[in-house]
Design a protein around this ligand. Structure first.
Ligand code: KG4
Ligand code: ZN
Length: 398
């Protein structure tokens, strides 16, 4: 079956078309527009600006994605069909009434191309920034009305989980240049560590699509802490990759240096699976305030110490969760899992525990629509029914 994935939960507008059968998935088209540069000038994501940008970019991305997939067939004029299409425009207008800039381009596209052979639409309906989520949800509902395609509301965090369990197919058809993957069979129970700009969660997965949150952050998410510490150090948004780069440089240049600005390992001995990252951010702030002359060397030292501190905490808590629940697999997902040190330290942890470690390719770690299409497919396969009356929900839980 062919599934269209739509993702607009934060500052990436993304559209993906996959073809999936049994345990194999092929990417037919994958388009992403990152608003990061736009938000960077304000030092963080502005929800209303994210919403406006999603509205502007969704239809052009959909068209590009259909073209990439070879599914943007020019429409042949047909008076009867045109009448039907016209009668739908009013409904489309009412669905898109609050989504600035979405109606006209979609109308144009509807008149330009034939209905594509898509079996289902999977759209992120949470968690995320609610105004941003609504754009994707309304767009999915409009497409559903326009082309009679069922919609599966999809949890963003589930997307981050399922995309970890892929491996490139051996039968990769180089000549078609379409990426093909096998969905791996996961050994349960599994512990998933979800680390992103909005989440830091340990999730017990007892069986396919069966989640229980067993650890959570009490305040800031880990990605948020990376971003805030970067800001304190005067580095651009998003801060995660910047901190990671500086930390790596420090590690290579001075592998044995004792950190001149030691930071706490928050909640490392708390004997539960919860986290807190607000205190370490404040500790960095106080450290920086005491420094009379900030230099690149000091920034590098602080970046490394910060990264070491937070990684130590997530490794220890994940190890405890694995032991507590007898997990056979560690799954990692979310934008922060793009971090090199985190990947290395978790690979080592899984080796030490002699269990499997699943983490997505770096390009699929940060927000994308492939993971949403994939989560949609896995849910359909598990019997989930399409919905038409659902809402965007900023705090949607797994
Ligand atoms: O999952 P994601 O793309 O969006 C959310 O759903 O939040 O995650 C974005 C977060 C940002 O906080 C960003 O700084 C962080 O992931 N991030 C990283 C790295 N790459 C992205 N954090 C640490 N190291 C990285 N290499
Ligand atoms: Zn995310």
């Amino acid at each position: 079956m062919i599934i269209l994935g739509i993702e607009t939960s934060c500052d990436e507008t993304a559209i993906c078309l996959i073809e999936a059968k049994d345990n194999s998935v092929k990417i037919l088209g994958n388009q992403l527009y990152s608003q990061v540069a736009l938000h960077a000038q304000y030092g963080g994501v502005f929800p209303m600006m994210a919403k406006r940008e999603h509205g502007k970019n969704l239809t052009p991305l959909l068209e590009k994605c259909l073209e990439e997939a070879g599914m943007a067939e020019s429409r042949i004029l047909n008076i009867e069909l045109d009448k039907k299409l016209n009668s739908k425009f009013k409904i489309l207008n009412s669905i898109l009434i609050r989504e600035e800039g979405l109606f006209e381009p979609l109308l144009e596209l509807a008149q330009k191309i034939e209905k594509p052979k898509i079996d289902a639409i999977a759209v992120t309906n949470g968690p995320g920034l609610e105004p941003a989520l609504w754009v994707g949800v309304s767009f999915a509902k409009a497409l559903s009305t326009l082309w009679n395609i069922p919609v599966i509301p999809t949890n963003h965090m589930e997307g981050h989980v399922v995309v970890a369990a892929l491996e490139p197919s051996q039968k990769l058809k180089v000549e078609s240049r379409k990426l093909e993957y096998k969905i791996k069979t996961i050994n349960y129970p599994a512990i998933a560590l979800l680390i992103s700009g909005g989440h830091t969660q340990l999730v017990l997965i007892k069986d396919n699509l069966n989640y229980e949150i067993v650890g959570n952050t009490k305040d800031d998410a880990i990605g948020e802490a990376f971003d805030k510490v970067a800001r304190i150090l005067g580095l651009p948004y998003p801060g995660g990759p910047q901190i990671s780069k500086l930390a790596e440089k420090e590690r290579q240049e001075f592998p044995n240096k004792i950190p001149p600005f030691p930071l706490p390992r928050p909640m490392i001995h708390s004997h539960d699976l919860n986290f807190s990252f607000s205190g370490i951010k404040t500790a960095v702030l106080y450290t920086v305030q005491k420094i009379t002359k900030m230099t690149d060397t000091i920034k590098q030292e602080i970046a490394k110490e910060f990264e070491d501190a937070v990684v130590e905490v997530i490794v220890k808590k994940t190890k405890e969760a694995v032991e507590q629940y007898g997990a056979q697999t560690i799954i990692m997902g979310g934008g922060v899992s793009a971090n090199k040190k985190i990947r290395n330290d978790f690979t080592k942890l899984a080796e030490d525990l002699n269990i499997e470690f699943l983490v997505p390719e770096i390009s699929a770690s940060t927000d994308n629509a492939f993971m949403i299409a994939l989560a949609g497919y896995i849910n359909i396969k598990a019997g989930k029914k399409p919905e038409s009356e659902f809402r965007a929900k900023g705090n949607l839980s797994l």
